[in-house]
Design a protein around this ligand. Structure first.
Ligand SMILES: *Cc1c(COP(=O)(O)O)cnc(C)c1O
Ligand SMILES: [Zn+2]
Length: 448
């Protein structure tokens, strides 16, 4: 697999001339300073028939002893063909379940609703899908003699957790910049536990990003934020996995939360690549869901994407998408146009209730997933999503990272949230009679 006939390079998203190797320390176009994207040689990939790709992906996913059972590395030729096997840094990311959510579907009036559980991953979020690619690239560059003293990122919590874990596994120093007091305790703990230099700055995410961008001008540090488009190559495999899990049928809708807007761009890229290589015939409609408190893309959508204005993000329970100056907004708009896409928003109460409602189906939803679930409900109630449509919601993180949010909800202690589905702990005297009475009351309620 190392002598690959496949080939991918960086190109400017504005089609400036020039292409650059994926092992360059380059994050922006040298001509226009805008983002780069990874472009694959599709003609080489097309020499393999669609049916063979499907078989290859399925066979690799089943080989549990191999790194290629990873949801990302099972698709290596589509992701980053030039990485050598010995440099792959993997925790077997991907391969997360696509679970039906029956009660939730019923309350939306939908017949087919699945949740793609990307939070069932090593560090608890979809960020692992991209970070395995980025850190593997760094490992290969160091192996090939490039001097890199650290990999850096600014983060709303999950990127730094993923970076710290993958770097620790590869013995590469990681530095993370976090907005002080704006991420959950679990997310702060993750990079600390994995030995990253963890810096809490008295600013918001957008403030951290600005400092990281300046740091990244040094030649011996590597930038891990999503303006580094290598990560999107790993993240796009979620689209392939969803289709694979639906027996290679395209769903009608894919709905996911957006902050920096890399993931919606990545998901789109995955579907486009499958279409271009003949694995699917049509595209789903994509929905990017934003918190009302951090909704610059939603506002742009309201004016038909004619304009885009950054604005300071207000505090939201969905801290991982509390971003007012999204790096990948141009990529996201391009993708949403191509997919006849929509942008929907959710208030604090809507995202919290939607997360709690999904939990009644056995899920444990994070607040960002709540935003996507609330958007799904609204679009179904409005009749935009039809009852027979096949709908996939991408759950981006594990709710266990957001325990304060979950506890606060069930104690009805969250600001702007009425907690419609709160489930209170009952304090009881230690007597059989009281416990029996509580059980009787509980089972009577179940029959309603
Ligand atoms: C990063 C993240 C998002 C947003 O992804 P973007 O690519 O920044 O739009 C959503 N949910 C969770 C849990 C995240 O960690
Ligand atoms: Zn350019």
């Amino acid at each position: 697999m190392n002598e690959s006939p496949f080939h991918a390079v960086y190109r400017c998203i504005n089609a400036c001339p020039g292409e650059y190797p994926l092992d360059a320390l380059l994050y922006r176009c040298p001509h226009c300073e805008d983002l780069l994207e990874v472009v694959h040689d599709l003609s080489a990939l097309k020499e393999t028939p669609a049916q063979s790709w499907k078989q290859t992906f399925e066979q690799r996913c089943a080989q549990l002893a191999s790194t290629y059972s990873s949801g990302v590395w099972s698709k290596k030729e589509w992701v980053h063909p030039a990485l050598r096997e010995e440099n792959l840094v993997s925790f077997r990311e991907g391969g997360t379940p696509l679970v039906p959510a029956a009660r939730l579907a019923q309350s939306c009036g939908l017949e087919h609703l699945w949740v793609k559980q990307c939070g069932n991953s090593h560090t608890g979020s979809f960020k692992d899908l991209g970070m395995t690619v980025l850190v593997s690239q760094v490992k290969q560059m160091m192996h090939d003699g490039k001097k890199i003293k650290a990999v850096l990122c600014a983060s709303t919590g999950d990127t730094s957790a993923a970076l710290a874990a993958y770097c620790a596994a590869a013995q590469i120093p990681a530095v993370v910049l976090l907005p002080a007091n704006k991420i959950s305790p679990a997310q702060l703990l993750q990079p600390i536990a994995n030995g990253a230099l963890t810096l809490a700055l008295a600013t918001d995410f957008d403030g951290c990003i600005q400092i990281v961008q300046q740091l990244a001008q040094q030649p011996d540090v590597y930038l891990a934020n999503s303006m580094n488009s290598l990560r999107l190559e790993g993240q796009k495999t979620v689209a392939i996995e969803i289709v694979q899990q639906l027996n290679w049928e395209t769903p009608d809708w894919v709905i996911l939360p957006g902050g920096n807007l890399g993931n919606v761009s990545a998901a789109g890229k995955g579907f486009l690549m499958m279409r271009d290589l003949g694995l699917i015939e049509r595209l789903p409609r994509l929905v990017c869901a934003q918190a009302e408190h951090a909704n610059p893309l939603y506002e742009s959508f309201q004016n038909g994407f004619r304009e885009f204005h950054s604005k300071p993000a207000q505090p939201t329970l969905a801290t991982a998408i509390q971003i007012g100056r999204p790096v990948s907004y141009k990529k996201a708009i391009k993708v949403l146009r191509e997919f006849d896409g929509l942008v929907e928003q959710a208030r604090e109460s809507e995202l919290a209730d939607a997360a709690a409602l999904a939990d009644r189906d056995g899920l444990f939803s994070c607040p960002q997933t709540g935003v996507a679930l609330a958007a799904t409900l609204k679009l179904a109630q409005r009749g935009t999503i039809k009852p027979h449509d096949r709908v996939v919601v991408i759950s981006t993180a594990n709710g266990l990272k957001f325990v304060d949010f979950k506890i606060g909800y069930h104690q009805s202690a969250l600001k702007e949230v009425a907690s419609r589905y709160a489930n209170r702990v009952k304090m009881l005297a230690p007597s059989l009679e009281h416990v029996n009475a509580a059980i009787a009351q509980f089972s009577a309620q179940q029959n309603i």
